[in-house]
Design a protein. Sequence first.
Length: 282
Amino acid sequence: MEQKQDLKITMVIPAFNEAATIEGCLTAIFAQQHPFDEVILVDNNSTDNTVEIARSFNVKVIQEDRQGVVYARDAGFDAATGDIIGRIDADTLLEPNWTLELLRVFEDEEVTAVTGPVYYHDMPGRATGQKADTFIRTRLDKLSVKAKFLFGSNMAIRKSAWNVMREVVCHEKAYHEDLDLAIHLVDYEYQIILDKKLVAGVSSRRVESSPADFRKYMKMFSDTYKEHGIREASVTIPILIYWSVYPSMKLLRGAYNPETGRISLEKLLLGKTDLRKNPMEE
């Protein structure tokens, strides 16, 4: 068995116009108790200063001209030289022990890919939110047979498995690329696990989407499984959960100021909203 200290870890971050979040993301990456061996930012045609900020850190920046997070992911994974490839979004904030937990997970040679729970770092009630997310993901993982999942904001995969998957994953705009990858890993009988200790903070900015765009985003979730012939009951549960919390989350997002930790009616009434596009369009 490979010793955990011998495993090299590459982190891949797809990015499109992420100047507002990338500094915090990279600061957390370089504050790890066990450092990454390589950090790759994949610039997907940014027009802001995302790249300039990234280059102020010890980051390898590569360019992917084909627009879409699936192409940026592919480029980053292909360029990775580590044994393990971590994958997060540009607004993810890793816990300081993330790499240590990752090495612990991959000491088990049967594990091919891993994902973990998240909390919203820009919303109140972090502890409650993390417990709820862990509970839901754990139950879904136990319920599903073929509808296993990876969460692109907090996941990792063995490079050796990606070398196989890169030839079979889909690039349909109607699919969530992280779910599609999980589906194909299961088809090849690779083991995906959910590890409760692999925790990361993510942004709640997705709820800034209009109801129409949010509906499209949710439809991508169900379509990814349906188009692969998977119709488990567990697929509909997260959709129902997301829709049930979307109105209150959108309201709270508009009123909450993460810098002050306070809810403000003035911010809700006067705050500017930057509507979030679907991931395949970014």
